[in-house]
Design a protein around this ligand. Structure first.
Ligand code: NDP
Ligand code: HEM
Length: 503
């Protein structure tokens, strides 16, 4: 065989003599048991799939760079946020939320906006969405909410009755529902949408001062959306094709990165709970401060290895960046790594696309699919000290020791705080939805009302009435318009006999 041709081998590296023919007992006889090459091939094929993400299963990713344009030393010790011009490699994954891998890109849904910054002090994951708020402020509602967005367990079809029943019973969703049903509910592509941390996160500096921050990623391609009718014409792979092609053609998408910053003192007195995920911080009170540019300029080489195995977690912080008391964020700090351990095994952070680009040195050992073998001694580039316990006397030999300097400042509690069930269900569910509605022009309002009417068409009257009441609570024109559109739609579809059977 010539040197230029690569040999076909089995997984153990042995050359394969034939791949079009199996071993049989005679020309017309059965397979023999020594067909180990065939058995390996079939067995591996049976195991090609792993569990898909329980949400955000369908997505696209690309690699790129974050470049800092404003030094943030005043706010944070985060290494990659100090020094104008500093560049950090990133991987971004965009996704739809409710559908499985086999669903479609062109659906009305929130889009995921996840970034992994491969910093020199560890990976920082910003796991946000293309909306500045979320459907819930209480984490225990997440599984219920997602069940209603996914396919109905009996019909295996999307069921608007389920969706609206959840929203009717959870007015805290109304701000996000307004965004979802507005023009931004179906982005033209992943390149034409903004990203948001949605949650309040924090930065802390060398003096131990903490600032609360919200992250905004503003598309430089401009916001572009699809109406329901347009969405039907673009094809189900539209987002993947659009992102992949533009990068292949050298037309690299980019986002301007901005922060809103609130001091701890401001947070104590601000009239809005700064940690309520269903609310934004109005720009007039907390203006956006530009800090960098994000560009995506390289497509993955292998979708499974680099996209399906990508694992983001809001708990992947680096020194200088931390969380906040937002209840939903707090629960996410636990939930994602748990999901990864199930989906990708306990050593998911050793998979190439998740692997930090800085030394990893600790006393975690072994486990399923452990690829990073602790070396006999600590070495540059492969810092897995041979010692497997801490504390020890081997620091001079390179055994890792904690660094108290990176500790985050203590999280303040409210005065006289008590542990128990604090009901937050009625924390002003409507004001900001009303403010958003009042930003819409006449045609946006009309389209919004039409989407309400269409999706409410086969939904029970009692749910519709509660939904319309929510629209009125946000803005009387909003309520009137949706009610009118719904009544017209209901007349047209003879919905007097509304039933639960909306398949
Ligand atoms: P501003 O007038 O300063 O900001 C309005 C914001 O609304 C802009 O960021 C704009 O985004 C965004 N927007 C426009 N159309 C839509 C839509 N269909 N869906 C989602 N966002 C949209 O007002 P405030 O800061 O006082 O906020 C008023 C309302 O604007 C909020 O209640 C919230 O619903 C919405 N909003 C606020 C954001 C914030 O961080 N303050 C962020 C995003 C939305 P762009 O500039 O990209 O066009
Ligand atoms: C994915 C849980 C709220 C954004 C996931 C996954 C889980 C999960 C288990 C799959 C992880 C994986 O298998 O890789 C939760 C829970 C939430 C919550 C329990 C609330 C209690 C949110 C919010 C946002 C968000 C508020 C955005 C602000 C995302 C994104 C992904 C994701 C973008 C996809 C990440 C990727 O691209 O791999 N979530 N989530 N989630 N979630 Fe959440």
């Amino acid at each position: 065989m010539s040197d230029s041709i690569s040999r076909y081998t089995t997984a153990n590296g042995a050359p394969v003599p034939h791949d079009d023919i199996s071993v049989t007992a005679g020309e017309r006889g059965p397979l023999t048991f020594d067909n180990w090459r065939l058995f390996e091939k079939l067995a591996h094929f049976n195991r090609e799939q792993i569990p898909e993400r329980v949400v955000h299963a369908r997505g696209s990713a690309a690699f790129g760079t974050f470049r800092l344009t404003r030094d943030l030393s005043d706010l944070t010790i985060a290494d990659f946020l100090r020094g104008v011009g500093r560049e950090t490699p990133v991987v971004a994954r965009f996704s739809t939320v409710a559908g499985g891998q086999d669903s479609a890109d062109n659906l009305r849904d929130v889009r995921g906006f996840s970034l992994k910054f491969y910093t020199e002090e560890g990976n920082w994951d910003m796991v946000g969405n293309n909306t500045p708020v979320f459907f819930i402020r209480e984490p225990s509602k997440f599984p219920d909410f997602i069940h209603t967005q996914k396919k109905d367990p009996r019909s295996n079809l999307v069921n608007w009755q389920n969706r609206w029943e959840f929203w009717a019973n959870h007015p805290q969703s109304f701000h996000q529902v307004t965004i979802l049903l507005s023009d931004r509910g179906i982005p033209y592509s992943y390149r034409h949408m903004n990203g948001y941390s949605s949650h309040t996160l924090s930065l802390y500096n060398a003096q131990g001062e903490r600032a609360w921050v919200k992250w905004h990623f503003k598309t430089n391609q401009g916001i572009r959306n699809l109406t329901d009718e347009q969405a039907e014409t673009v094809g189900t792979d539209h987002h993947q094709r659009d992102l992949f092609r533009s990068i292949e053609q050298g037309d690299f998408p980019s986002w301007t990165v901005k922060l809103q910053v609130m001091t701890e003192e401001q947070a104590r007195h601000y009239h809005i709970n700064p940690f309520d995920l269903t609310k934004v911080w109005p720009h007039a009170d907390f203006p956006l401060m530009e800090i960098g540019q994000l560009e995506l300029n390289r497509n993955p080489d292998n979708y499974f290895a680099q996209v399906e195995q990508l694992a983001f977690s809001p708990s992947n912080f680096v020194p200088g960046i931390s969380g906040s008391p937002d209840r939903v964020l707090q629960s996410r700090l636990w939930s994602y790594a748990d999901a990864h351990r199930y989906r990708l095994t306990v050593n998911y952070q050793q998979i190439e696309v998740n692997r930090p680009r800085c030394p990893v040195s600790n006393y975690q050992r072994d486990g399923l699919m452990a690829a990073a073998a602790p070396l006999g001694e600590a070495r540059e580039g492969g810092q897995y000290a041979s010692t497997n316990f801490y504390p020890n006397d081997r620091a001079v030999e390179g055994a890792p020791v904690p660094d108290a300097m990176v500790a985050e400042p203590p999280m303040p509690l409210e005065q006289d705080a008590w542990v128990g069930y604090h009901d937050n269900r009625d924390e002003d569910n409507f004001s900001q939805a009303g403010e958003l509605y009042r930003l819409f022009d006449e045609s946006q309002r009309e389209r919004l009302a039409r989407v309400f009417a269409t999706t409410l068409q086969d939904v029970t009257a009692s749910v519709c009435q509660r939904v319309i009441a929510q629209c009125y609570a946000a803005d009387s024109d909003y309520g009137r318009r949706v009610e009118q559109a719904w009544r017209t739609g209901a007349d047209e579809s003879d919905a007097a006999e509304q039933t639960l059977n909306n398949f």
